[in-house]
Design a protein around this ligand. Sequence first.
Ligand SMILES: C[S@@+](CC[C@H](N)C(=O)[O-])C[C@H]1O[C@@H](n2cnc3c(N)ncnc32)[C@H](O)[C@@H]1O
Length: 333
Amino acid sequence: MSPVAPSPSAPITDPDHIPVLLSEVIEGLNPKDGGLYVDGTFGAGGYTVALLQAADCIVWAIDRDPEALERGKALADSYPGRLHFLHGRFGDLASLLIENDVRAVDGIALDLGISSMQVDDRSRGFSFLRDGPLDMRMEKSGMSAADAVNTLPESELADIIYKYGEERFSRRVAHAIVMARKSRPFSRTIHLADTIRAEVKRSQNGIDPATRTFQALRIYVNDELGELERGLSGAEQLLSEHGRMAVVSFHSLEDRIVKSFIRDRSGRAPNPSRHVPAPTAGKPTATFSQVNGRAITPSKREVRDNPRARSARLRIAERTALPPLTTVQGGAA
Ligand SMILES: C[S@@+](CC[C@H](N)C(=O)[O-])C[C@H]1O[C@@H](n2cnc3c(N)ncnc32)[C@H](O)[C@@H]1O
């Protein structure tokens, strides 16, 4: 790494967004002069700027939110020829890069979920604390949260709220939504939040009962878990030998996917039965090696300075020389 150390005070596109686990991500990726890196979740550009400052490298920055990239454009002038923007989803990262004649990279960072700018902008409809249109689409296109709650059958809504929100009163919440939409379809965040609050009591730890259902709808509307699975496969395809990926997740559903992907791809998946040989026994198939055994979590100081960091978990893995198990088309390699 060059002598320019990553700094959390790096000038980014929005001072309200504090990058989470910044030094740990940059240290994990260990950027090198002349290297090629992908920031799959540009946001306010915190990781991108730190990578560009840490080494004389090139960064390809991806975000599905057109507003994030619009804000970021000015940054490109500060790093002539070293920062390229791609509007799209990190689930398509391999094809996005290949379309731009980039077939191998040295590091990939993913900082999952939404940015402070997205939560704080009431017109985006992510927050149950501020009234706004019930939208939640990062891309500003496709099915909105209002479309989902106004049209999905009750049982499907209940499944979504249970699976992606881990809400144990999912059936009750779904029923209340379906009853309420008969007289007045949902169009505002507050209408939905109040409908949920009327059904589910605030838990002892003070968490707003709307939290879990809002999380579920956001994950559903943006297909966040599908994106993550495709993004991890894309990273496997694009990373060169010794290239690293660093993934920061914010809830157990995401972390479980990252953890089991790294475990499976590093040949650590448990054998289902000790009497049956593992299907790949004797065959070296590990496409990644795990860099950190336990997830890296923020320090007490980071959580104090940035409460949004409290549930963050970072996992880092390094690519081996073996060919990827899946290709960009999703077929076996
Ligand atoms: C937590 S923020 C990233 C913050 C960034 N690391 C920083 O330091 O400024 C997440 C960003 O990723 C974007 N995003 C989320 N899912 C995405 C996906 N599947 N593809 C591309 N961008 C995505 C969101 O629009 C948001 O801007």
